[in-house]
Design a protein around this ligand. Sequence first.
Ligand code: 5GP
Length: 219
Amino acid sequence: MQEGSKSGIRRRGLMLVLSSPSGAGKSTIARNLLESDGGFELSVSVTTRQRRASEIDGVHYHFVSQRDFERLRDTDALLEWAEVHGNFYGTPREPAENAMADGRDMLFDIDWQGAVQLNEKMRADIVAVFILPPSMKELAARLKRRAEDSDQTIETRLRNARIEIEHWREYDYVVVNQDLDHAFAEVRAIVTAERLRRDRRPGLFDFVSGLLSKEPDRK
Ligand code: 5GP
């Protein structure tokens, strides 16, 4: 279990789920969070999708064959899995369960189908945040600017964006990414508040007992 920042009060880890349609800025927000907050560890998914030029196997994803994916899925090695844009994605069970057992915070960059499955299994530990684009026009522009995908892939992603957005109500928080700095500050605020929740801080029992056992100094 973690020491709770400055107070030193023990707390449970949390599972931060970030979802959004492709291009809404979720990956940048996730990266900023991982870089600025040493408490978070990224859950590295397995996927059958082709590796993009900028991606590193084992860092961004574990790139696997369809056959390997099916083997992992069928041996219950995945905490959740889904088909997204015609490829398969899944969250490896072991690293996530280890992180939770040790009270470390973990970040899951997964789609709504994965968020639903994690919520069913680990509701108390999940904080689910949905990132919305400011407009569909801006979303299309961001996907084109990224230019890492073919035109056909971009079309598929735009169509799927609408389906993904329809699931916004299933999340605890919704952040509109009009301005990246502002959206990131909002995600940070969510994390700060969620870490302070009473039921995530079992160390409060000892802390409060200690507080009350001391007589105030009346001098
Ligand atoms: P991309 O191919 O752009 O990296 O990801 C496509 C979508 O798949 C994103 O919405 C991403 O969040 C989602 N995704 C990535 N890994 C997982 C996973 O392990 N499980 C689920 N359910 N979705 C994932």
